[in-house]
Design a binder for this molecule. Structure first.
Ligand SMILES: O=C(O)CCC(=O)C(=O)O
Ligand SMILES: [Fe+2]
Length: 355
């Protein structure tokens, strides 16, 4: 695949047996990039083969007739899992033009029966019977979890924190989300948004269409495919934790290619559902080099998506549920009609139990 030059930085992951200086240099470059842009490419990440395998498997799934894909229709799942046809989802009220399967942590239908409403995000995945998708997806997820933990260690070191600083928020059950997507030719799209968790990785094919909004100018730039890389960006929780030092950068997709569909695999590395943001000590934040004015409290608690007023919720489970609830009104009506969605997307639950 031909690679087009990108305005976004390409960071090369050091080998695990690299010397101490290489690890520290990578950690510093990573943190600087997360502060300045919040978006970059990662090369030499070691997951290349698993990325290709899951892209191939997803092409095979999307090639199935619509009726067969709808055998795993997402509206059957209260946990927002399964196949979403083109136009099923919306961002900021406008239909997205992609089809996808949404996956989460595998769990029995009955695995969450009490606790706050956001525990309803736990549940079983829906797997197609026609194509072997589960093995490549689970292999990819295992490798991505290991990679995600490594990146978190580098972020901690680059912030001058203990390497294990972030470990506890992921606990035994990080709320990993993932999807496989197909954007149709000419007008495939997903609207401007920021991601809700900590780290997002995107495997993209050679078609292109991912766009990123620069923080300072507000300008939209392309993130064209670069062979062998993952695109990485940061989620809303890490922007909150770092008091706005790291950016949860808004992004969107527009597939303007008139003849080719675009396939991508976004993977989201998130905390445990019951995680609540713990801010990094202000003395640490004071000691960091800020290349832009330090944001006010109000500004780092929101991102520019949803008309510039996307308020971030410090309780991760609530922040994650908000995003699903806004995008999937059909699931809300069918499975969560007891929950009340407020104008800013947050949820009021009449009962303290999920049942
Ligand atoms: O498909 C892509 O390239 C990115 C999709 C995305 O940003 C998302 O699903 O959150
Ligand atoms: Fe995203």
């Amino acid at each position: 695949m031909a690679s087009v030059a990108s305005q976004l930085p390409v960071l090369s992951l050091p080998r695990e047996d690299a010397d101490e200086n290489s690890h520290r240099a990578f950690a510093a470059e990573l943190c600087r990039t997360c502060h300045d842009v919040g978006f970059f490419y990662l090369s030499n990440h070691g997951v290349e083969q698993a990325c290709d395998n899951v892209l191939d498997a997803s092409r095979a799934f999307f090639a199935l007739p619509l009726a067969e894909k709808k055998e795993i229709d997402y509206t059957r799942s209260r946990a927002f899992r399964g196949y979403m046809y083109d136009g099923a989802e919306n961002t900021a009220g406008k239909p997205d033009r992609r089809e996808q399967i949404e996956f989460g942590v595998e769990c029995a239908e009955t695995c969450a029966t009490e606790g706050p409403y956001y525990e309803r995000l736990k549940g079983p995945n829906q797997w197609p019977a026609q194509v072997p998708l589960r093995a490549p997806v689970e292999d990819f997820q295992n490798k991505m979890a290991t990679l995600s933990r490594r990146i978190m260690t580098y972020l901690a070191i680059g912030l001058d924190l203990d390497g294990g600083y972030f470990d506890s928020m992921f606990g035994d059950e990080p709320n990993v989300q993932m999807k496989i997507c197909r954007y149709p030719p000419s007008d495939g799209s997903v609207g401007e948004h920021s991601d809700t968790g900590i780290l997002s990785f995107v495997v993209q094919d050679s078609v292109g269409g991912l766009q990123v909004q620069l923080h300072d100018s507000g300008e939209w730039i392309d993130a064209p495919p670069i062979d062998g890389t993952l695109v990485v960006n940061l989620g809303e929780m890490i922007q909150l934790i770092t008091g706005g030092y790291f950016l949860a950068t808004p992004h969107r997709v527009q597939n303007l290619n008139g003849s080719q569909a675009r396939y991508s695999v976004p993977y989201f590395w998130n905390p445990e559902l019951d995680y609540r943001v713990e801010f990094i000590e202000s003395s640490i934040l004071d000691s960091l080099v800020w290349h832009r004015p330090r944001p006010s409290d109000d500004s780092f608690r929101a991102t520019g998506s949803h008309g510039g007023a996307n308020r971030l919720i410090s309780a991760y489970g609530e922040n994650a549920f908000k995003s699903f609830a806004r995008s999937h009104p059909v699931v809300m009506r069918r499975h969560h009609s007891d929950l009340v969605m407020n104008p800013d997307g947050s949820i009021t639950s009449p009962s303290s139990s999920i049942l």
